[in-house]
Design a protein around this ligand. Sequence first.
Ligand code: G
Ligand code: G
Ligand code: G
Ligand code: MN
Ligand code: NA
Length: 250
Amino acid sequence: ALLAAELRDAVHCNTLLPFFQPILKIETGELIGFEVLARWQRGDKGFVAPDVFIPLAEELGLIDRLSDQLLRRCCAAMASWDPKLSISFNLSPRQLNHAGLAKRIGRILDEAGIPGSRLAIEITETAVFIDMDRARQVISELRALGVRVSLDDFGIGTSSLAVLSQLPFDTIKIDRSFISDIEHNPQNAKIVRGVLALARSLELTVTAEGIESDEDLAFLKTNNCVQGQGYFFSRPVPEDALPQLVDDVA
Ligand code: G
Ligand code: G
Ligand code: G
Ligand code: MN
Ligand code: NA
């Protein structure tokens, strides 16, 4: 109950922060943008993980407001970046069912003067896709804004192939459980090669998550995976660390 009250306050005062984890082109090492990961600094009690406060925000009916605040902050930050850089922003599956999602996102982009092409939306496959028609409509509305749509955590859900077959994604993000330590896990290596082949035939871009070592990276390079992210490049960092990070990567 205390946590809920504090989260209400944090959303009310707009104190949640976006952290940024770089996404790179595997072949060239070029920085293409960042995944946005929400952080809540709870007074002097340290950071609360999104796994905890995102479900709570959903329960409290605060998720849309929280999400809009974060996106606005990101758009404000992006205005000063190299326009080639984009962000990849997580939405809760439940948000797909809220009417006017694409309209709200379009308005936030417009107000900040950021083109839709600099935004990707990440959606995890879950039971929400039971309403495939609804999901298809929202994804199409987002793509009409020029926003790309990614299927997040690919491979650990229950209906990946049905979802891919029925919904118009641009990108799949291979779950990090398949990538970290791929050098020493021949089974995962085979699965990832298969997913890359599947993505090629569906003309989807792939982002590998959870790249933790130069061996992980070398495997993905050899197998022509296009994009990647992970602790090997950088942990998620706050906005004020971005200039340094952009310099380091370049
Ligand atoms: O969240 P909302 O869009 O209602 O907030 C509008 C602005 O009002 C926010 O950007 C925030 O700065 C300010 N605000 C609203 N409530 C509070 C509050 O309880 N404390 C502080 N410090 N600011 C608040
Ligand atoms: O660092 P990591 O602990 O950031 O993230 C844990 C989980 O929380 C991930 O699955 C991520 O997709 C999710 N997450 C992070 N930020 C957000 C957000 O702003 N909205 C939603 N819906 N999920 C988020
Ligand atoms: O579900 P989603 O893909 O949005 O989750 C992103 C989560 O993965 C965040 O918690 C982020 O901090 C974490 N993460 C990002 N890169 C790595 C990595 O290389 N290794 C591990 N273990 N976690 C990572
Ligand atoms: Mn994600
Ligand atoms: Na993931």
